[in-house]
Design a protein around this ligand. Structure first.
Ligand code: AMP
Ligand code: GLY
Length: 431
């Protein structure tokens, strides 16, 4: 058998990729971590190379003999993992067929319907007229409308009233491609959100610590959806019966489907769930680590991440479980002013005092004239690990508050148990 690669090439430039590069840099089996294109934070733990076309990436990975770890969904949806695998390279990330679980919400719904996996019922709408009719005839609100294709977390709207829905129709009416791909008109689910990530080789799977993301911009449940404003892991309120239901009703059938269909899936499968009174229901699948979930989860691993990623890429049998540190993690995202609609970028970032027991993962940052400045909506993810959530929260927020970024926004309630509310019901709902 060929020797294991001693280089790891991380594709991507967000805080998730920083966490991956950071974890790989600690492996004794990895001599060098390379990131394409990375960011200034990743540059502290990896050698940065520019963004590359798929063809160049294949050539580069072959020349370097690197294990390739694809962070974001877009290159997977475009078939990057297939191309690398066709060339005999080791890559973590599903091929295009498996990536459809994320890149086509319509496909994912059909798979779930076929398997009987619990998920909100949805109708596919392929024209503005069909959406108009759905709005005028739906018997209850809220309803949820979703673009089927990848939309950077911006393709989902919760509509509380017919007026809101009609305004959305006007806003989206001219988006021909969204209608061609099919909009999902979906029932609203009430409950608590949970992110479950598993390592899978397409035959068997192993849980990573479950996590909770915070999708709304602020504590106000009616504030806009974002890519995720913070996460904690593991999840103290997740009971064993729910965990078993997630295995039996969701993960086993879906991984079974991949196996039976011969879908080459090697990487992370992420199930975005709503834990309702009737148990776990699927909101969405992602085919990569969550962001910010990865930033909270990866620092909890006691195992060498490279061992897992190599086993996945090589399609080897997986160990029975992930070994974890006896700690919890709290990840707080610092976002730009104006995020998510119109982030203000180019502002200086001063990290200030470093708080012990914290990590700072970079997302939208760059260096301009020697100064670290903001480059995107989500700028940094600050992570603290500790024995319990109160301690981890204190450290994480102490570090966030030490960072200066004019207009920076962050949520103050990450892992603040007891105050956390389930999602609001329709404020305008009668009975
Ligand atoms: P998604 O990209 O499908 O995960 O949707 C983004 C966010 O919208 C989720 O994290 C939920 O907060 C919310 N959401 C999506 N679908 C539903 C649903 N059927 N009921 C309630 N909230 C939902
Ligand atoms: N945190 C949600 C996602 O990664 O899609």
């Amino acid at each position: 058998m060929a020797r294991r690669p001693t280089k790891a090439l991380v594709v991507g430039s967000g805080a998730r990729e920083h966490a991956l590069a950071w974890a790989l840099a600690q492996s004794r089996q990895v001599e060098e971590v390379v990131a394409s294109p990375g960011n200034p934070g990743i540059g502290e733990v990896a050698r940065l190379v520019p963004a590359m076309s798929p063809a160049d990436l294949v050539a580069y990975a072959r020349k370097e003999g690197a294990l390739v770890v694809v962070g974001p969904e877009d290159p997977l949806a475009e078939g990057l993992a297939d191309r690398l695998r066709e060339e005999g390279l080791l890559v973590v990330g599903p091929g295009q067929r498996g990536a459809q679980l994320e890149s086509s919400k319509r496909f994912a719904k059909e798979v779930m319907r076929e398997l009987g996996v619990p998920t909100a019922s949805a109708t596919v709408l392929t024209s503005p007229e069909a959406l108009a009719q759905a709005i005028e005839t739906t018997p209850r609100w809220p309803m949820v409308v979703k673009q089927s294709g990848l939309a950077q977390g911006k393709g989902v709207r919760i509509l509380f009233t017919p007026e809101e829905a009609r305004a959305l129709l006007e806003e989206w009416r001219s988006q021909r491609r969204w209608f061609e791909e099919g909009l999902l008109w979906e029932d609203f689910l009430l409950g608590r959100e949970l992110s479950v990530e598993v390592f899978t080789n397409g035959r068997e799977y192993v849980w990573l610590p479950p996590a909770v993301d915070h999708k709304r911009l602020t504590e106000d449940p009616a504030s806009p959806n974002t890519g995720g404003m913070g996460a904690y892991a593991p999840v103290p309120w997740l009971d064993p019966a729910t965990q078993t239901a997630i295995d039996r009703r969701i993960l086993q059938p879906v991984v079974g489907y991949l196996r039976e269909r011969g879908i080459d899936y090697r990487g992370v499968l992420y199930a975005g769930l709503m834990i309702t009174e009737e148990g776990p229901w699927v909101l969405e699948f992602n085919v990569r680590f969550g962001d910010p979930e990865a930033e909270a989860v990866l620092p909890l691993l006691a195992d060498d991440l490279y061992e897992w990623l190599y086993a996945l890429a090589a399609g080897e049998p997986l160990p029975p479980a992930v070994n974890l540190k006896p700690e919890v993690a709290v990840a707080v995202v610092l976002a730009s002013q104006g995020y998510p609609s119109a982030p203000v970028v180019g502002r200086p970032i001063h990290i200030g005092r470093r708080v012990e027991g914290t990590l700072i993962f970079h997302a939208g940052t760059e260096r301009a004239k020697g100064q670290l400045v903001s480059r995107g909506g989500r700028v940094l993810t600050v992570v603290a690990t500790d024995r319990d959530f109160a301690l981890a929260r204190r450290r994480a927020y102490e570090q966030v508050r030490a960072i200066q970024l004019e207009g920076g926004q962050f949520r103050v309630d990450i892992a603040q148990f007891g105050v956390e509310q389930p999602q609001v019901a329709n404020p305008g709902q009668g009975a």
